[in-house]
Ligand binder design. Structure first.
Ligand code: CO
Length: 135
């Protein structure tokens, strides 16, 4: 079961410029910035209530965020839902014919286990599943 939205991932070209907007103009609190080398991305985290925004900037021209921006421009790149049991949810989705990018959990930002659902099965939005959130 999808419990709540853990975070929204927003693809940006310039992380420092985007951080300025979300922190200084919108007034959100920057919780931290971390690099996820495997995803070739730097992530700035802004808690908002029980959820958070993650600004995602590519650290390499061939990274997934760079490719996303090339195809679709800046903007929401993925929605992350918090679930009770990642394996169970993946098995349920698989049984219902949902196309999965990850049939088994991988390690995402913050060292937490995550899995991605293919956007072709979710009306064009990349869906991430997480058990815990780390805002
Ligand atoms: Co995410």
């Amino acid at each position: 079961m999808l419990r709540r939205i853990g975070h929204l991932g927003i693809a940006v070209k310039d992380l420092d410029a985007a951080v300025k907007i979300y922190r200084d103009t919108l007034g959100l609190e920057l919780a931290g910035i971390e690099e996820v080398a495997e995803q070739k991305v730097r992530v700035a985290m802004f808690p908002v209530g029980e959820s958070r925004l993650e600004l995602l900037a590519s650290t390499a021209p061939d990274g997934p965020i760079a490719k996303h921006i090339e195809k679709k421009g800046e903007g929401i790149q993925h929605v992350a839902f918090v679930v009770d049991d990642l394996e169970k949810t993946l098995a349920e989705f698989k049984a219902r014919g949902v196309p999965l990018i990850d049939e088994k959990p991988r390690i995402g930002a913050g060292g937490h286990r995550i899995a991605f659902v293919h956007p072709k099965g979710t009306a064009g939005i990349l869906v991430e599943l997480t058990e815990l959130d780390h805002a």
